[in-house]
Design a protein around this ligand. Sequence first.
Ligand code: F0G
Length: 462
Amino acid sequence: MSMHPPEPFRIKMVESIHLINKQDREQALQRAGYNIFGLKSDEVFIDLLTDSGTGAMSQDQWAAMMIGDESYAGARSFHWLSSTMEEIFGFRHFVPTHQGRAAENILCAVILQKGQYVPSNMHFDTTEGNIRARGGRPTNLIIKEAFDTTSPHPFKGNMDLKKLEDFINQIGPENIPLGMITITNNAGGGQPVSMENLKAVSEIYQSFGIPFFIDACRFAENTYFIKLREPGYGEKTTLEIAREIFSLADGATMSAKKDAIVNIGGFLALNDTEMFEQICNELILREGFITYGGLAGRDLNAIAVGLREGLQEDYLAYRLGQTEYLVSELKKNHVPVIEPAGGHAVYIDAGKMLPHIPKSEFPGQALSVEMYREGGIRSVELGSVAFAFADPDTGEMKYPEMELVRLALPRRTYTQSHLDYVVKVIKAIVVNKDSLPGYRILKAPKLMRHFSARFEPIVKEL
Ligand code: F0G
């Protein structure tokens, strides 16, 4: 089977994009404090900052938006979403939230005490932030192959089962109010988790009486990886695989901005009725009534349609083919990337690409800034800017294992020739890579600093 099928859609509505000139790009960088989050979208040509909320909705989603029921309570839109939720996820209860982190916040509010631990394969930054904000300790227990960017392991998002068991025995299950896993593993390359691993993780959590929650943002992409790569799943539909995954868990958080292909939305789903009641109270306080949770009725309709579209197999074949294509083109040009390709994004190993820049001077930031300067491309750093933190016990700086730059592909948004342009720009950077400067932080908040930190280039005297 070709991994690069053509787009399974045609374009009915377009949004113009422009490449501003180099001098204006330089000025924009200075104004933004060399933080690409500070750029105006009109200053960006190809925006690969995130695949979150940036996808193109289908005509069916837009049509569904028009018949949203905006009733405060008990809206038709809620019940439509509810039946889709039942079909795909099968949890007893759910509440809509305005996005994924709101679901994480509410989950942490009802379940987590100060000083407690939450293991996962790898938490994404908002999950980590929400756990830390309540004095909890997020712990990543992924398999070691995840850190070997060229290992061909088919499921590099898998949890290290031995580490997980040892960890629970060491910390004590009473200090672990919930266990999680992220599918696919965004912070580690958009890599999938196998069904076999999900089953084993579920059994371990269950044997210790620890509730198991899945961060399900990119569950649909994960199902297709399982279908393609895991023995016994080739003949199953993505829907069947999704149902099997969620039957293993006690609940899930989801940002619908990813695999539900909407611009805003999320949910928190679970089986436990007592916890659900607490969640409803928290939701009403912070998000809205339980049948809309901070969203408009029309948004709920778009999610209901998008959840099903996200599982369509021709779409998923095209989607995973896009990242696969970008990875193979970058490899041809000797750019170190995480292999195999992830589901939603391509990750460049900036630590390896720019060995002259130490972690404390942020090689990922350097590459990300350069991609904008060179070609108006916006990417995101997922390395020491996003993940380094001062140890709460010792104050010592802890650096993440990898210095990555993520090129996230919005769903159904950019074409093959846009990807070819991205490759061309990166090729031009490779030629001058040894002259790229590192960066220092001028100003940054304590939590989630990558969103608003300001930087300056470190100019070294020769
Ligand atoms: N979990 C994962 C794995 C995510 O990737 C994200 C968001 C969230 C939770 C939070 O969801 O944004 O709706 O509040 N990731 C985006 C990204 C921001 O760019 O990868 P949210």
